[in-house]
Design a protein around this ligand. Structure first.
Ligand code: NAD
Ligand code: DAU
Length: 372
């Protein structure tokens, strides 16, 4: 039987991509879901063990920058939709190697767009869609106007640390090579819509957390370090604010926007859940200690303030009202519940953690934190 739709999900072996692949494979048995991934250090097929044998799932190892290969994959599989997540995603790595971020995030996106255009345009754009998964970091950084935080901020229609948010019309102002490359890719996607008429949607999401996140990002890195009683390198004074969303809620939002979003539109995704880094780290220590049977908070002495990240964005806070009002999306989890679930997952999956924190990663980590 012919599949009702054939979708390529790029970067499906990464953190968010693997949750999206799982959701789509399970929810749409009549779709053919192709996971196209280069398997860089961040891509891991172990993230998808539970769905790898499903008849509606195929993995293809390929580089999005390889235009001819990508076009051949689109043509030979009769692909009618692309959800594009493949990217270099870690800000600290972008500071060390900006060229790699321009190659993958800008040129890779352009190569994918052009391959899709060359395949789709002659057939007509009907039933075709390119969904670009982007980040709130393209909007730059917000000020902190209430450093102590006001828990009632959200009820007043603002946030705990300030009343302003990133909306879909906030001017782009990226600061890191990572966010500059993502911003550039967003512009190319919109240019393909405006110039050639390609049906596109763009989503800009806040910080994700949950299972299968590579342990170079704050939450899994710190859980792993607490387990092994290693220092927790907090940048600067830990005063930066991030807006956290459980990864499965992001995957649900992508599914919704891909199917129901208006072509040419942008949707912000976030859970109105701002946390100051140091408060989040203390919550992580408490939760991990408790679940390990240690005295709660005992490992706070692992907190080590280190040199700040260059160009470190002060505060992110996303306004996702449009997504809620137009498409009915809401986050499903309270943060404390999500963090407990997440810590539990890393504790139960230490083999996965060990698998990805050996070899080259150890060298990278030692260089990054001067041997901490
Ligand atoms: P990740 O680093 O965990 O995964 C990236 C995936 O892309 C990996 O599987 C990797 O192998 C693959 N990849 C990298 N270069 C490739 C190439 N040239 N060709 C094919 N595949 C390649 O990233 P993530 O955190 O899951 O983020 C996924 C997407 O979501 C990114 O576009 C990122 O900018 C965006 N995003 C992430 C967050 C977050 O908090 N993690 C928030 C908002 C948006
Ligand atoms: O906002 C969305 C973005 O969130 C995504 O687009 C990125 O792909 C994703 O990596 C994430 O970027 P951040 O830079 O916010 O995430 P990270 O986990 O690297 O850092 C979160 C905060 O914690 C940030 O303020 C820096 C700080 N931090 C991070 C690390 C790794 C530390 O203090 N110490 C650390 O060791």
């Amino acid at each position: 039987m012919e599949p009702r739709k054939t979708l390529i999900i790029t970067g499906g072996a990464g953190f968010i991509g693997s949750h999206l692949v799982r959701l789509m494979v399970e929810k749409y048995p009549d779709y053919h879901i192709i996971n196209l991934d280069k398997l860089t250090y961040a891509g891991n097929l172990a993230n998808l063990k539970d769905v790898q044998d499903r008849p509606n799932y195929t993995f293809i190892k390929a580089d999005i920058c390889d235009f001819d290969v990508v076009k051949e994959i689109l043509v030979s599989n009769h692909v009618d939709g692309i959800i594009h997540l493949a990217a270099e995603s870690h800000v600290d790595r972008s500071i060390k190697d900006p060229f790699l971020f321009a190659r993958t995030n800008v040129m890779g996106t352009l190569s994918l767009l052009q391959a899709a255009r060359e395949y789709w345009e002659p057939q007509g754009w009907e039933d075709k869609r390119f969904h670009h998964v982007s980040t709130d970091e393209v909007y730059g950084a917000l000020e902190i106007s209430r450093p102590e935080g006001d828990p009632a901020g959200n009820e007043r229609g603002g946030g705990p640390y300030g009343d302003d948010f990133f909306t879909e019309t906030t001017r782009y102002s990226p600061h890191s090579p990572y966010s500059a490359a993502k911003a550039s890719s967003d512009h190319f996607v919109r240019a393909y819509h405006d110039t050639y008429g390609m049906p596109v949607v763009v989503t800009n999401c806040s910080n994700n957390y949950g299972p299968y996140q590579f342990p170079e990002k704050l939450i899994p890195l710190f859980i792993n370090n607490i387990i092994h009683r290693k220092p927790l390198p907090v940048y600067g004074r830990g005063e930066n604010v991030r807006d956290w969303l459980y990864v499965e809620d992001h995957a649900r939002a992508i599914d919704l926007v891909f199917h129901e979003g208006v072509s040419g539109e942008t949707y912000n995704i976030g859970g109105f859940n701002e946390w100051k880094n140091i408060d989040l780290v203390r919550l992580l220590v408490k939760t991990t200690d408790r679940l390990l049977g240690r005295s709660e908070g005992a490992d706070e002495d692992l907190i080590t303030y280190v040199t700040d990240r260059k160009g470190h964005d002060l505060r992110y806070a996303i306004d996702s009202t449009k997504l809620k009002e137009e498409l009915g999306w809401q986050p499903s989890l309270q943060f404390e519940e999500g963090i407990e679930k997440t810590v539990r997952w890393y504790l139960d999956n230490q083999e996965w953690l060990q698998g990805v924190t050996s070899g080259d990663y150890l060298k990278y980590y030692a260089e990054m934190y001067n041997g901490l």
